[in-house]
Ligand binder design. Structure first.
Ligand code: PMP
Length: 362
């Protein structure tokens, strides 16, 4: 029996064992094809069926209809930082960016290279401890779009409301919380996410785009940056990251079998609560980075009283098969990433470990 640890890495991150086993079973001979998905022509009927299934299951889970397309692209979420302004930030227009963390800031800075952008809010001075409220957003009614980052992977904060933009298209980087909770996806015009947290392995970027926006894509853009060409070709404009798309399809089926977003949202809330409870009941031994009303259910960030204790915590946790807990260097401390595939058992184990560690060192 292979050894599996409780993997709290921020991405690439843990995948459900059943999904890995299914991929393992189908690796040598995919459903009677006599070859693996890695070896298959992307123009084959079998692969086309996988792409269609992934697009349709995504739409079903997210509750979106035929006014949207789901595309499977490459270049990571980071390429979307460029493709979005290159497509929608036309001459004479400006776009609003809500800067809530490191990746939001990267998106903002990339867009700035391409056109005029404004920071609708930027809480860097508060070390991105919280998400701004609607009335703190300085939104330009004539903006080309508003860009938000629904979950801030590094700081451990998450939007718990959808900002009202008065008809201005809403664009969201959902890399670290896509399909993790019920929400109205129809309020968004473009959503993107690197797959390597909630959706599958790295190497695929999921882009959900309202069909209407495809008309705005300038024909002068290089072909590989054109959403409309990928939409027209069902994500097969060129050779796609085929195995990654197959893994996403398996992950989406797994999520459906687990009860979809309602069930997953409840599960994620309960999982995160176990760890936040350990923080809140530690008499300050553990201090959470995020303000309570902005806490993320995906990335839980906290500090111990000293760097020595940080080190000891990581070492002792690893000895108990709890790995990937070191926080990002810009925030320090710990970060427990508990995406969809992290089990409740893993969260309970971490919470128990935290309590034990405090008893010994507090
Ligand atoms: N946005 C967010 C919120 C992220 O967490 C990350 C990666 N951790 C990125 C963007 C960048 O993604 P990629 O590495 O796929 O370009």
């Amino acid at each position: 029996m292979a050894k599996r640890v409780f993997n709290f890495n921020p991405g690439p991150s843990t995948l459900p064992l059943s999904v890995l086993q299914e991929a393992q079973n189908e690796l040598i001979d995919y459903r009677g094809c006599g070859m693996s998905v890695m070896e298959m022509s992307h123009r084959s009927k079998d692969f086309e069926a996988i792409v269609h299934s992934a697009e349709n299951t995504f739409k079903e889970l997210a509750g979106i209809g035929d006014d949207y397309r789901v595309l499977f692209l490459q270049g990571g979420a980071s390429l979307q930082f460029d493709m979005i302004p290159m497509t929608f930030l036309q001459e004479g227009k400006s776009a609003d960016y809500v800067v809530t963390g490191s990746f939001a800031e990267k998106a903002y800075k990339e867009a700035k290279k391409i056109g005029t952008v404004k920071a609708a809010a930027n809480l860097a001075e508060e070390n991105h401890r919280r998400i701004p409220q609607q009335d703190e957003l300085e939104l330009d009614p004539s903006a080309a779009y508003v860009h938000i980052t629904t979950n801030n992977t590094i700081f451990g904060t998450q939007w718990h409301y959808t900002p009202q933009t008065n008809g201005v298209p809403l664009v969201a980087d959902m890399s670290s919380d896509i399909l993790s909770r019920p929400m109205d996806y129809n309020q968004y015009d473009l959503i993107y996410a690197g797959a390597q947290k909630n959706l599958g392995p790295s190497g695929v970027t999921v882009v959900v785009i309202r069909q209407e926006l495809l008309k705005q894509v300038p024909e002068t853009l290089p072909s590989m940056l054109r959403y409309d060409l990928f939409a027209k070709n069902d994500s097969l404009y060129n050779t796609p990251p085929a195995f990654g798309i197959y893994m996403i399809d398996l992950m989406l089926e797994w999520l459906k079998d687990a009860g979809g977003l309602e069930a997953m949202g409840r599960h994620n809330m309960e999982k995160a609560a176990l760890i936040y409870h350990a923080i809140d009941n530690s008499n300050g031994f553990y201090s959470g980075h995020a303000a309570k009303d902005s806490r993320s259910q995906m990335n839980i960030t906290f500090r111990l009283p000293s760097e020595e204790l940080d080190k000891a915590f990581i070492q002792e946790a690893a000895a108990q098969n709890l790995t990937g807990l070191k926080g990002h260097r810009s925030v320090g401390g710990m970060r427990a990433s508990v995406y969809n595939a992290m089990s409740r058992e893993g969260c309970q184990k971490l919470a128990d470990f935290m309590t034990e560690f405090q008893k010994k060192n507090g």
